[in-house]
Design a protein around this ligand. Structure first.
Ligand SMILES: Nc1ncnc2c1ncn2[C@@H]1O[C@H](COP(=O)(O)OP(=O)(O)OP(=O)(O)O)[C@@H](O)[C@H]1O
Ligand SMILES: [Mg+2]
Length: 260
């Protein structure tokens, strides 16, 4: 399997009330093309900081990030913009990526408006019309055309997260980073959203980084799992090896926390 993302010795500290907090410490991993890597850890373990660094929303203190062989941290301006189209994100709170004052189709189509030259293969026939492209994207995530003109507040949490996923896949990204995409949802809806993400990943051949504090959710979508604690990776294994005897004690604690 070719590597899509390669992360080497990434570290990031913050200053909080005059003292140094190490959010990410010497983190290295890679993700193969078409693979889903799960990232699990308790609150404050550095998961979102790592995601934000990958998305160039935060700068690391040191380390190296390579996407499809291209070093990311040195990129600026149009080169950074060009790479951004290949890395999209779905956050825990769908309202963060949906404009409350616009009908949903406008939020879904926004990335395509920002990159007019991009036409992913699944939108070839509808790209001429922004509304038709939005309708196609909504259909892909299980929302009918009735939703085009709804406002976010007129939708359920699960429907909003579906729309956020439609937006996330709209450019046909190489890498989709999902940061706790099901954590704000009802348990019954969580399973549907996990299934949708799995289906989208397979259909579009996307590579995923799936972040959650819920190790059961992570295992259900991921090929491999890395476990973070206090900014460091403390365990890494294939998903099917989650219950193996040589799992780190901390990983076992996360497993026990689910069954409690
Ligand atoms: N902008 C910031 N300024 C100062 N400290 C920060 C900042 N962002 C994160 N931190 C700190 O870095 C550490 C890691 O936070 P991070 O949000 O990455 O954790 P997380 O694993 O995503 O947690 P959660 O599961 O609650 O989302 C925490 O101690 C947090 O307080
Ligand atoms: Mg987080």
């Amino acid at each position: 399997m070719n590597r899509l993302l390669d992360v080497r010795q990434l570290s990031k500290t913050f200053i909080q009330n005059g003292s140094v907090v190490t959010a990410v410490q010497d983190v290295s991993f890679d993700i193969g093309e078409g693979e889903c890597l799960g990232l699990v850890g308790e609150s404050g373990s550095g998961k979102s900081t790592l995601a934000r660094i990958l998305l160039a929303l935060e700068r690391p203190d040191c380390g190296e990030i390579t996407l499809a062989g291209r070093s990311l941290l040195a990129l600026k301006g149009s080169a950074l913009r060009e790479v951004r189209q290949h890395m999209q994100v779905v956050f825990q709170d769908p309202t963060a990526s949906l404009n409350q004052r616009l009908p949903i189709w406008r939020s879904v189509i926004e990335p395509l408006d920002n990159f007019p030259q991009v036409t992913p293969s699944f939108l070839t026939e509808v790209r001429h019309s922004r509304r038709a492209a939005a309708a196609r994207l909504l259909e892909m995530v299980g929302l009918s055309a009735d939703f085009l003109d709804r406002y976010p507040h007129e939708m359920s949490g699960g429907q909003r997260q579906r729309a956020a996923i439609a937006r996330g896949i709209s450019l046909g990204p190489k890498l989709l980073i999902c940061d706790e995409p099901t954590s704000s949802l009802d348990v019954s809806v969580q399973a549907q959203i996990l299934q949708l993400l799995k289906t989208m990943q397979a259909q579009l051949g996307m590579t995923c980084l799936f972040i959650s504090h819920d190790i059961a959710a992570v295992q259900s979508v991921s090929d491999r799992i890395i476990v973070m604690k206090g900014g460091r990776i403390v365990d890494r294994f294939a998903s099917r090896q989650l219950m193996d005897a040589d799992r780190d004690e901390y990983t076992r604690r996360l497993v026990d926390a689910v069954s409690e």
